[in-house]
Structures are given as structure tokens and as C-alpha cells.
Design a protein around this ligand. Structure first.
Ligand code: DGL
Length: 265
């Protein structure tokens, strides 16, 4: 792979995957990065596995046909759970990296052994999450407090990050964790880092928050360098959305004024 050939396609249902783009932009150089916010179909976390798989395959095919990507990042825990296996089988030549709740680093960090996991209903229901959680916690003195957060992605997409309603929703989910001496919280949805400050505040700053953007960026660096990527030069970011998106939030998250193109897939 010559340097200019690292062409990254990355997607999520909306703003969440930009937290991963942000992490990538701190590590990856000399590449073209195409981001799709599939806001037409958000939230993914309240859709069926079949629907999420269909969205994921269509977006990936679009990336290949239109942008000739060489690496695919599924910057969404929900889509990873529903589609990563099929994506890898369908596109064996692509580097394919998914997003999974960081249970492993949480187990390494916790002192109380009580870990909170916040994720979408679809992620927590999926076999992939259950296998991950069972395999990693088996035989250890660990309790996982799993909490689905329906409605939270909409709040974030609607620019309601700091609203009282968002805070009350989080309080309802987090207070039982506080009572159970949870000291580590896994953000099992890429949207949730956008409300990390509120989570910290509700938990009285006595917790460690685990998110996965940086691990994904490091993994892409290793895999692309194995294929000859020299990781030097500028990283160009192109933003696409399938429907409306809160542009102010995009600019705040990425600290960029790149224009957003609207596409239909
Ligand atoms: N950001 C996605 C995730 O990591 C899902 C958001 C949604 O429900 O659309 O799971």
C-alpha cells in the first residue's frame, strides 16, 4: 500500500462516530477519511438486527463504489454487533475494524469489581455483547451493571446534550450504579462520550470512564502500517450525512469547519 492509498470509510448513525474520527485524527496521518452519519436511519439501537445489517452493507458498498476505501471503521457498537461478521466475510480485502464495549480495560481498572455498562438496547441484547461479557468476566470477582439507554441517542442528535431531560434520564440510570459502588463505567455507544461530563458529574467524579476511540485509532495504525502505510502527510476529512444533522455539534466535536455533503444511499 502506498501512502496515499489509505482511504478510510467510517460510519455511525449520526454524531457518535465523530468521537472516533476525533481519536483517529490524533493518530492517523496521510490518509483520506470519509465519514457517513446515517441520520436518516438513526437511532440504530432501536432497530432490528436485519435492518442494521442492511444499512451497514449499503454504506460499505457506497464507500467502495464512490471512494474506493481500503479500510472500514464501524464507529458504532450497535452496527458492529449486528454486522461485523458479515462485513468481514463480504469484503475480505478490506481492513475492517469494529467498536466493542471496553469491558477488558474496565476489568483491568476497577478496584471495587463493580462495573457499569451503558449501551443501546440492541447492543446489550446481541449475542456478541453477551459472549464478550461472559468470556471476560467468567471466574472473576466482577459484577457488570448493564443499562440500556433508550432515547439518549435522540437527545444527543437533537442538540439536547445539556438539557435537564438528558440529565434526568442519566440520573435514573446511574443512581443505582452509584448505590452499588460502581467505580468504572464503560461507554458502550460511541455517542455517549458526548455526555461524559454529565456522567462524571452525576457519579461525583469518583469513576473511571472507558471509551474506545483511541484503541480503534491505534489498531488502524498498526494494521495499515503492516500494509505499508507510511503515516505521514495531511489527513483529509470529508463529512456526509443521509439526512439532517446538527452541524454545530459536528463542528464542536471535530473542531473543523469542513462542509457536510448530503447523500442518499
Ligand atoms: N453510536 C451507536 C453505537 O455506538 C448507536 C447509536 C444509535 O442508537 O443509533 O452504538
Amino acid at each position: 500500500m502506498r501512502n496515499e492509498e489509505l482511504r478510510i470509510g467510517i460510519f455511525d448513525s449520526g454524531l457518535g462516530g465523530l468521537t472516533v474520527v476525533k481519536a483517529l485524527s490524533q493518530v492517523i496521518k496521510g490518509a483520506e477519511l470519509f465519514y457517513i452519519a446515517d441520520t436518516k436511519n438513526a437511532p440504530y439501537g432501536e432497530k432490528t438486527t436485519e435492518e442494521i445489517l442492511d444499512f451497514s452493507l449499503k454504506i460499505t458498498q457506497y464507500f467502495i463504489d464512490t471512494h474506493q476505501i481500503t479500510a472500514l471503521i464501524v464507529a458504532c457498537n450497535t452496527a458492529t454487533s449486528a454486522a461485523i461478521k458479515t462485513l468481514r466475510e463480504t469484503y475480505p480485502k478490506l481492513i475492517v475494524i469494529g467498536t466493542e464495549p471496553g469491558i477488558k480495560p474496565a476489568i483491568e481498572k476497577t478496584k471495587s469489581g463493580n462495573i457499569g455498562v451503558l449501551a443501546t438496547p440492541a447492543t446489550l441484547k446481541g449475542d456478541k455483547y453477551k459472549e464478550l461479557a461472559n468470556n471476560l468476566s467468567a471466574g472473576k470477582d466482577i459484577v457488570l451493571y448493564e443499562q440500556a439507554c433508550p432515547g439518549l441517542v435522540e437527545q444527543i442528535e437533537n442538540g439536547e446534550i445539556k438539557s435537564q431531560k438528558t440529565k434526568s434520564m442519566l440520573e435514573k440510570w446511574l443512581n443505582p450504579m452509584k448505590e452499588n459502588n460502581v467505580d468504572t463505567i464503560v461507554l458502550g455507544c460511541t455517542h455517549y462520550p458526548l455526555v461524559a461530563d454529565i456522567i462524571e458529574e452525576i457519579m461525583e467524579r469518583k469513576i473511571e470512564i472507558i471509551q474506545t476511540g483511541h484503541a480503534i485509532a491505534k489498531r488502524l495504525l498498526v494494521l495499515s502500517q503492516e500494509e505499508g502505510h507510511s503515516n505521514s502527510g495531511p489527513l483529509n476529512i470529508y463529512l456526509y450525512a443521509t439526512d439532517n444533522i446538527d452541524t454545530l455539534s459536528v463542528y464542536n466535536i471535530l473542531n473543523t469547519a469542513s462542509p457536510i455533503k448530503f447523500i442518499s444511499i
